[in-house]
Design a protein around this ligand. Structure first.
Ligand code: ZN
Ligand code: ZN
Length: 372
């Protein structure tokens, strides 16, 4: 990867690695890989946080909770004073990207900038919460599949901190300086943004990853969270679900058409199994859209034999090792996202008995092809 220079080596997954990408505009983008979740079978790999140099340098993402200070040390090690960081821009509101913001704002003068929906969803809204248990948690967590006891144990402190953060609206700000374009790319998360730097480097957050197909959200979350969102968002598919996700991919694909040879710097797996991922944006988007179309085809095939619950479809589609523990509800969520799209194209219905019924049609293929 000719444009990427290794400043500090990491392990085979890239943990603790530091890279520098030099753009022909003269600007440098540093990448810092901070550790992330691991389990025995599968690793997402570290979070790649990027520092974009400018008159007012800014960070794109802050790592997990507990990784903010190690990230600042890495930044200092490349000769950038952490006091000079003007802002932390959040790719989206998942803990592996925004968990470290408090440590960083506590140690620097950096402001936090995010898409307007991020700030609306990080606080609690007890009067609209779907249950008394969820009333303790921010709106963004109302759709979380994890049990309340898990969430109380692992997330409550992080959420308490995060709800106190002062967040400025990124889309209102235009303050990242000339040459930096902010693109709202909802779907994986309603608040997801990508940055295009000098038309040469794309920072897509979790929306485009090598090897991994990012998890789409569900359109039904819009109904759950609507009370907290600005009124200008009227339709679920503007912010949530697989249709939003595919539309966002198409938006990014247009960039690939406008600028050849775009350097894509994803938020995970930039380096994996001892090598860099070289992403061709257009090709990767084709693969991701194709993957979702195939998944819909397989769910349609599974539903041919009769109506089924989300869980039954998940059990028939996914390999058993992916269905262990929380994997099962993640798999059922994945089925739900796809069935929402297939309901929009008239291929399935939800008769109200908790099951999904197929009409035997595959109009979803043309719907997916037409999403823009
Ligand atoms: Zn994410
Ligand atoms: Zn992530």
């Amino acid at each position: 990867m000719h444009r990427i220079e290794v400043i500090q080596a990491g392990d085979s997954s890239g943990n603790n690695m530091i890279i520098r990408a030099r753009l022909s505009s003269g600007r440098a983008v540093f990448g810092f890989a901070t550790d992330n979740f691991f389990d025995d079978d599968w690793t997402l790999g570290p979070t790649w946080n990027y520092l974009v140099t400018a008159k007012n340098p800014f960070l794109f993402d802050a790592g997990r909770r507990g990784k903010g200070l190690p990230l600042l040390e890495m930044i200092e090690s490349v000769g950038v004073s952490s006091r000079d960081i003007d802002a932390i821009v959040l790719s989206h509101g998942h803990e592996d990207h925004d968990g470290g913001i408090f440590e960083i704002t506590g140690a620097t003068n950096a402001r936090v900038l995010a898409h307007e929906t991020y700030g609306c969803l990080v606080g609690p809204l007890p009067e609209a919460a779907p249950s008394s248990e969820k009333a303790l948690f921010p709106v963004s967590c109302w759709s979380c599949p994890m049990s309340a006891s898990f969430a109380r144990r692992n997330c409550l402190e992080y959420h308490k901190e995060r709800s106190k953060a002062k967040i400025s609206d990124l889309t209102m700000n235009g303050e990242l300086g000339a040459g930096v374009e902010v693109i709202h790319i909802p779907g994986h998360s309603p608040d997801a943004v990508a940055l295009l730097i000098d038309g040469e480097a794309l920072l897509p957050g979790d929306t485009i990853l090598p090897d991994i197909s990012p998890h789409p959200s569900q359109e039904r979350f819009f109904g759950l969270m609507r009370a907290a969102l600005p009124g200008k968002w009227q339709e679920a598919q503007q912010l949530f679900g697989l249709r939003a996700y595919i539309r966002s991919l198409r938006r990014l694909e247009e960039l690939a058409g406008a600028s050849r040879d775009l350097l894509v710097l994803p938020a995970h797996r930039l380096y994996h199994r001892d090598r860099f991922a070289v992403l061709d944006l257009r090709e990767r988007i084709g693969e991701l859209v194709g993957h979702h179309a195939e998944r819909c085809c397989d769910f349609a095939r599974i539903l041919k034999s009769g109506s089924k619950t989300l869980e039954e479809v998940a059990a028939a589609h996914f390999r058993p090792e992916l269905l262990k523990g929380p994997g099962f509800s993640l798999a059922a969520d994945e089925v739900a996202s796809h069935c929402e799209l297939m309901a929009a194209s008239g291929d399935v219905v939800f008769p109200g008995d908790g099951k999904i019924l197929s009409n035997g049609t595959q109009n979803f293929l043309s719907l997916i092809g037409e999403l823009r």
